[in-house]
Design a protein around this ligand. Structure first.
Ligand SMILES: Nc1ncnc2c1ncn2[C@@H]1O[C@H](COP(=O)(O)OP(=O)(O)OP(=O)(O)O)[C@@H](O)[C@H]1O
Ligand SMILES: [Mg+2]
Length: 284
């Protein structure tokens, strides 16, 4: 087939390449404006498809709250964002950088360990279980990575570590071992420890669900302060009150896809999908 002026029409393959290039360029441009951009993320464990095309966009300074039933893929998705899991398809950018991979032509190649570690440093993660080092004091837990990984001088790291512990309300616990701290206090140390790496983005995976009810508030308060100070956060939680008060957007996941998302109070007051309604009815 030729065009009327005699210029050969592009083959299907050329068109596909050109489109891929245009799309890749548009994606990079969009990714540069966003703190997180996830497109069509797929993840399987063996035959079990866990993420089936997840999309997410988080602007700098925004708090995105992710909710959804057990097994819907929330933790897996968070772990994909900082490349603790390899993805099977799709793309994830953090602050404009493709996470875990390098694109050459239309193909992705996994980055080396060093490059992945460098990318991961920009992303703080707080889990349900605090995973503090039991043989180190609160302050030692906080300064360990800055000294060992960022090679900060010990005195500077300790000064900053004390500031961070004060920021999470634990100025008087710097020399206390985790075993002598409450769950809420341990979780606040874990948050200070993540902040010590000066992350651009913080991921929280059910940070309060292992806590006694009376300790939940103190951890949520620290997270609210962080949000107010402009930290970009993706938070998996069932604390709907937190989502309503602090969230810029609420994402409901079920069966490995985002079923719906929007302004938290809109999604909570008027969910568009039956599955969202059913889930909210259970947790509210
Ligand atoms: N490393 C793994 N190997 C095999 N299967 C896994 C692995 N990690 C997660 N899964 C499976 O993937 C699915 C999603 O798990 P995930 O932990 O992401 O769900 P979730 O939404 O965080 O659930 P919950 O609310 O219970 O924390 C589950 O069926 C789980 O068993
Ligand atoms: Mg989980």
């Amino acid at each position: 087939m030729t065009e009327p002026d005699g210029v050969p029409a592009p083959t299907q393959e050329q068109t596909a390449h050109a489109l891929a290039a245009v799309t890749a360029e548009a994606q990079s441009a969009a990714a540069a404006e966003l703190m997180v951009l996830a497109e069509n993320v797929h993840k399987s464990f063996g035959h079990l498809a866990v993420l089936k095309g997840v999309d997410l966009a988080v602007r700098p300074g925004e708090v995105t709250v992710v909710i959804g039933p057990s097994g819907s893929g929330k933790s897996t998705f968070l772990r994909c964002i900082n490349h603790l899991e390899k993805i099977n398809a799709g793309r994830i950018w953090v602050d404009g950088e493709l996470m875990g991979y390098q694109q050459r032509g239309a193909r992705l190649y996994e980055l080396g360990e060093k490059a992945i570690a460098r990318q991961r440093r920009a992303v703080g993660m707080v889990f349900q279980r605090f995973n503090l080092f039991p043989h180190m004091t609160a302050l030692e837990n906080v300064v360990e990575a800055p000294i060992r990984v960022l090679r900060q001088p010990r005195t500077a790291a300790a000064q900053r570590g004390r500031d961070l512990l004060a920021r999470v309300g634990l100025a008087d616990k710097t020399d206390t071992y985790p075993g002598h701290l409450s769950g809420g206090q341990q979780q606040r140390v874990a948050i200070a420890r993540a902040l010590a790496m000066a992350p651009k983005l913080m991921l929280f995976d059910e940070p309060t669900s292992a806590l006694d009810p009376e300790l939940v508030g103190e951890v949520l308060d620290v997270m609210k302060d962080l949000a107010r100070e402009g930290m970009t956060m993706v938070v998996v939680t069932h604390e709907i009150g937190f989502a309503r008060e602090v969230g810029d957007s609420l994402v409901f996941m079920d069966g490995g896809v985002v079923v719906e998302s929007g302004v938290p109070r809109d999604v909570i007051a008027a969910p568009q999908h039956q599955r969202t309604r059913a889930f909210l009815a259970k947790v509210l």
